[in-house]
Design a protein around this ligand. Sequence first.
Ligand code: NAD
Ligand code: LMR
Length: 328
Amino acid sequence: MSKSPVRVAVTGAAGQIGYALLFRIAAGEMLGKDQPVVLQLLEIPDEKAQKALKGVMMELEDCAFPLLAGMEAHSDPMTAFKDVDYALLVGARPRGPGMERKDLLSANAQIFTAQGKALNAVASRNVKVLVVGNPANTNAYIAMKSAPDLPRRNFTAMLRLDHNRAASQIAARTGKPVASIEKLTVWGNHSPTMYADYRFATIGGQSVKQLINDDAWNRDTFLPTVGKRGAAIIEARGLSSAASAANAAIDHMRDWVLGSNGKWVTMGIPSDGQYDIPQDVVFGFPVTTENGEYKLVEGLEIDAFSRERINLTLKELLEEQDGVKHLL
Ligand code: NAD
Ligand code: LMR
């Protein structure tokens, strides 16, 4: 018997990531090839954005996806998020000329406060939320704080792109297939301060740290390459990453919903105080996923170098939180 459709909200649906994401969701790559979906698409009320969204919906229609059970265009989160089971919050205000980071934070804080409140009011009580729009960790924190009636653990931020970037760098360095890498993680903020950590990683049972055996490469090449990859793509393409970001969003949600089969994946999740990360800070952690739930990998040893890196990315997140606390 076929499953009944689930409702998936995507914000910023007419943007670059939206264009790389929606067709894959409708093809069943995120929630399974047997799971029909209704897409509830949110864009800003601006006439041009709404017109572009209509164009994307025409293309979705023209794909005749068997799993696409319906789609709707919205300009108000209160209607877009009605009864949604999944919400991918991609739309955000990008940094414009002359804007400081602080301006971006407060502009986006307003968006994510309103969207958190709307989720709180009208979404399914079990809605799973992924925040992609930057600054992703702090935007997820704001949405979570604005939705007090929903489970806080259901608000997550995207660190999966950083995880995938780290995996590819390790595959290239070791000459091993990317799929063979286990137990890799990225701690902290989706920003250049993130700490990609392969101390526990293995390939075919062998330690990646021992295979590479080069601390200078870790510190001087690997960490800066992964941390600054977003900027390198903007520099090369003139636009920020879109297909790889959409791919990471699919990976994040698919593993959360369908399970990671024991594999570690990285998710930005609200802390419960583990690893000395204060309660509620949305932080990249290693998790495993099963039956629609994620479970933090606990008890890992944090050496002095790692503690220093983790403290650095935590400090940045606490500063971001401080910058928006007047809005919460
Ligand atoms: P884009 O500018 O192409 O598209 C963003 C879309 O969001 C636009 O169509 C805009 O109209 C819409 N939008 C803006 N405010 C909105 C709101 N309040 N409600 C609904 N829609 C809104 O940008 P993009 O390349 O698709 O990137 C989207 C975001 O994702 C950016 O913040 C970008 O920095 C971020 N990003 C995050 C990661 C990550 O790993 N976490 C990776 C890549 C990009
Ligand atoms: C990325 O990591 O590619 C995005 O967050 C875009 C950016 O601003 O770096």
